[in-house]
Design a protein around this ligand. Structure first.
Ligand code: KG4
Ligand code: ZN
Length: 335
């Protein structure tokens, strides 16, 4: 799809306040992300109330920085795209109210964007989409396989029935007393250990759905039992065994779905796409096929506003605009 626009993107659905300016859906003119990780670390997870307040503190600073970096002016901006949901409602509302106020004051169209569509479109910065494609979205809040026949059409092929992959990583990390967010720590330790415990894999045969709560309980019980028996906990091996279980199911189901759907591209998105074990497993799987695998660079895997502006570019061409009563939606289907 050829586009000709400059979109300002705003993302505030969780613990990153982000503003970006993107040309034609693919060219990044500015990408500013203010992360709150340090503030939430001491609580072992995102505290919604703190997140909302920090978004309020950060949003204008981040916005100004994006304009300084890009050297574009308000006259150059065609529209403002903002994450409508899903996410923490108080956090979403900060970005939405900022976007509405700016759109009203500067007389620009307002574009509502689904956060997961954003994660998918982060890949378009690197390489143009070829349809049909399959996307694996793995983040702190999501684990989904989404099939796309064209721009802005989404079919949910599979999803998690309980915990998201990133959430499972964070919970296991917490039970091993590792800092938040735990995914990168598990990833690092996993490379120093081995899959010796062979934790369960939830195959949920006949579906492309996922489940991580059984695995999570199995690992937590295992740690608990080891402690009770006074046995030494080999953190590296627990990390490696847990990661192997998550990665094997994610990679295998993505592979099977890609073959069944006969797709031209497979793309991976979301924070867990940074996982080295997952990257390796998927690369090995798809090397045996002629289906190209796209994984965005790490700074585009985690939450950012480039991805929101990238979706905004497509919706702008379709004139998919929001009215002034746009509201944040804690849960929102991708349709
Ligand atoms: O996409 P994201 O930044 O935020 C959400 O929308 O959720 O994803 C954050 C999640 C966290 O759960 C974090 O632990 C996980 O991504 N994560 C990782 C890695 N890096 C980040 N999980 C496993 N391995 C990693 N290297
Ligand atoms: Zn996200």
């Amino acid at each position: 799809m050829k586009t000709n626009n400059i979109i300002l993107g705003i993302e505030s659905s969780c613990d990153e306040t982000a503003v970006a300016i993107v040309k034609n859906g693919t060219e990044v003119l500015a990408n500013v992300v203010s992360s709150q990780i340090e503030s939430h670390k001491q609580f072992g997870g995102v505290v919604p109330e703190i997140a909302s307040r920090q978004h309020v503190e950060q949003i204008t600073i981040v916005l100004e920085e994006a304009f300084e970096l890009s050297a574009v002016t308000w006259d150059d901006i065609d529209a403002i795209a903002v994450t409508e949901g899903p996410g923490l409602i108080g956090a979403l509302l900060v970005g939405i109210n900022a976007a509405k106020a700016l759109a009203f004051a500067k007389d620009k169209p307002l574009i509502p964007v689904h956060h997961i569509a954003g994660h998918i479109y982060a890949n378009r910065i690197e390489k143009e989409f070829e349809f049909p494609l399959l996307s694996l979205i793995v983040s702190g809040g999501h684990t989904e396989l989404v099939y796309m026949e064209d721009h802005d059409t989404y079919e949910l092929v599979g999803e998690t029935l309980d915990d998201a992959a990133g959430e499972a990583f964070d919970k296991i990390a917490r039970s091993l007393q590792l800092p938040y967010p735990g995914g990168p720590h598990i990833d690092r330790l996993a490379h120093e250990g081995e899959d010796v415990y062979n934790f369960p894999r939830a195959w949920l045969e006949g579906t492309y759905d996922f489940s991580f709560s059984g695995l999570k309980s199995a690992v937590i019980n295992f740690i608990h039992n080891q402690k009770q028996r006074g046995e030494k906990i080999v953190v590296e091996n627990i990390a490696a065994s847990f990661q192997a279980s998550v990665v094997e199911v994610l990679a295998e189901k993505t592979y099977r779905a890609a073959l069944e759907k006969n797709v031209k591209q497979v793309i991976v998105a979301g924070g867990v796409a940074a996982n080295r074990g997952l990257r390796t497993a998927l690369s090995e799987r798809f090397q045996q096929t002629d289906i190209p695998l796209l994984i965005p660079p790490i700074h585009l895997c985690t939450d950012n506003a480039v991805m929101i502006a990238a979706v905004g570019a497509v919706l702008y061409e379709k004139k998919h605009f929001a009215s002034w009563d746009l509201n944040g939606k804690a849960s929102l289907f991708l349709t």
